[in-house]
Design a binder for this molecule. Structure first.
Ligand SMILES: [Zn+2]
Length: 126
């Protein structure tokens, strides 16, 4: 509680409130099992610095292309085509901006890799 006392000494009500917030947040993190925070596969490769806040983030999932698919790949601009014998895979990304869902992007599985997986490692359908 060193930060709290320091804020009190300073007497500034603004910093006092922020210090209080930070302290309670810290306490909550301490209570939570640390396992869950560290075992997130999808975010493991990404910067973990942003992991402190739980906000809806853009995410990717890999799926088989289905017959009648009418979407275009955002990388190469070509149709993500179903081919009977190929079992083509596509990556579907739900794009969130500031925690609000914005759109779905489609990629060829290979194009998504070429683009260096902008929304993280795609999750398998499970
Ligand atoms: Zn493509």
């Amino acid at each position: 509680m060193a930060t709290k006392t320091a804020a009190k000494k300073r007497g500034a009500s603004k910093s006092k409130t922020s210090a209080k917030k930070a302290t309670s947040k810290k306490a909550a993190v301490k209570k939570a099992p640390t396992k869950k925070a560290t075992t997130k596969k999808a975010t493991a490769k990404k910067k973990t610095a942003r992991a402190k806040k739980q906000v809806w983030k853009s995410r990717a999932a890999i799926r088989l292309v289905e017959p009648g698919s009418q979407v275009d790949c955002v990388v190469c601009g070509e149709r993500v085509k179903f081919q009977a014998r190929m079992r083509n895979q596509q990556v579907i990304c739900n794009i969130y901006t500031k925690g609000v869902w914005e759109r779905v992007d489609h990629y060829h599985a290979d194009c998504y890799k070429t683009a260096k997986q902008p929304y993280g490692k795609p999750a398998e359908k499970g």
